[in-house]
Design a protein around this ligand. Structure first.
Ligand code: GN1
Ligand code: MG
Length: 336
């Protein structure tokens, strides 16, 4: 590993010597390494997964445009800074380099205050980027939240698994939000597409959120899915890899804290407001569909630590979706 890191360092002309490095294993797509140099500077070296992101240059263009926009309109925000090689490329043999953003990344929030602050920070990020013209960003993963397309892919495969049957039965209900979007009944907005706890950094001194990271999936999309996906991750009791289904559920106290933070920052059209709660179910079922498809196709998309992991994740998300359905009316009462 050290050899690769040294060649990346040379390619990007980073001064100093590598004193230490750590592989960061939280993400399920790229290979990410935190690298310390004796100059005191810390960098992220990352090998992009080009199976998932077919056009890494488009990803970099979206990130640069978002960074420029935020820097101009909200100069106090921390933005991501990537380096270029002397020939002006953001990549060297598939690796890219950025300044490590200072702050603590948490796998999950430690208390309700953090949950509420996370809702506020992600809601604020969504509000701030909503001033950008979404049309000027590239669709870096085609049909990224096209729930119907994910269903079509799954249903083109064959399986006797009960999970396959359950998901198939949910198809119409889960595709409702996406259908409304396809009919242009909600606006096209700039979306982050991965608003989970580990993608928010907290200032080690003040304990306040300090930066939203992982901008790879910033692209035009549905703002309500960002909300749904964030709630899925912040209000659920377990990670999606938890095999013990009795532990899986939505915590209404966390939901209330997170959504009140988020909704204190955002503005939505009436149609979007109507879709906020249904989006939680849709995006959860969509993820279950993605996991199961990947499992049936031999785990090509999501990184796995053992062969059945994507099936375990599918079961986990199906159980979560069942819980979400039962709690939808309660969640509605809590936010409206
Ligand atoms: C992927 O790698 P990570 O954890 O940042 C995925 C998200 C899923 C998430 C679920 C580009 O994100 O859509 O919600 O896994 N990102 C991509 O674990 O597909
Ligand atoms: Mg991500």
């Amino acid at each position: 590993m050290k050899e690769i890191l040294l060649s990346v360092q040379r390619a990007f002309r980073l001064q100093g010597e590598i004193t230490d490095f750590h592989l960061l294993t939280e993400g399920s797509i790229h290979i990410t390494c935190l690298v310390h140099l004796n100059t005191g500077k810390n960098y992220i070296f990352q090998q992009m997964n080009t199976h998932v992101f077919r056009n890494p240059e488009d990803v970099m263009q979206n990130i640069r445009r978002t960074a420029e926009y935020l820097h101009f309109h909200f100069p106090e925000r921390k933005i991501l800074h990537f380096y270029q090689t002397p020939s002006g490329s953001y990549f060297f043999q598939g690796w890219r380099v950025m300044d490590a953003v200072s702050g603590r990344s948490l796998k999950s929030c430690e208390n309700l205050y953090q949950v509420q602050k996370a809702g506020e920070a992600f809601g604020r990020f969504q509000k701030e980027v909503s001033g950008m013209n979404a049309g000027m960003l590239k669709q870096v993963i085609p049909d990224f939240h096209h729930t119907r397309v994910y269903f079509q892919k799954l249903l083109s495969l064959h399986s006797d698994l009960p999970e396959f049957r359950i998901l198939k039965e949910w198809q119409e209900q889960a595709c409702y939000v996406c259908d409304v979007y396809q009919k242009n009944q909600i606006p096209l907005r700039v979306t982050h597409n991965d608003m989970k706890c580990s993608n928010l950094l907290f200032d080690s001194e003040t304990g306040q959120p300090s930066a939203v990271i992982d901008w790879d999936t910033i692209m035009p999309g549905m703002a309500v899915y960002d909300f749904g996906d964030a709630v899925r991750s912040f209000a659920s009791d377990t990670s999606s890899s938890e095999p013990d289904l009795s532990k899986v559920g939505m915590n209404m106290t966390k939901f209330k804290a997170f959504s009140s933070g988020w909704l204190s920052q955002t503005d939505y059209t009436p149609k979007e407001r109507e879709l906020l709660i249904p989006s939680i179910f849709s995006v959860t079922v969509e993820l279950a569909v993605r996991y199961l498809t990947d499992y049936l196709q031999g785990n090509l998309y999501f990184k796995t630590s053992y062969p059945e992991q994507n099936l375990i994740r599918t079961r986990n998300q199906i159980r979560l979706a069942q819980k979400i359905l039962k709690q939808e009316s309660e969640m509605k009462k809590l936010i409206f």
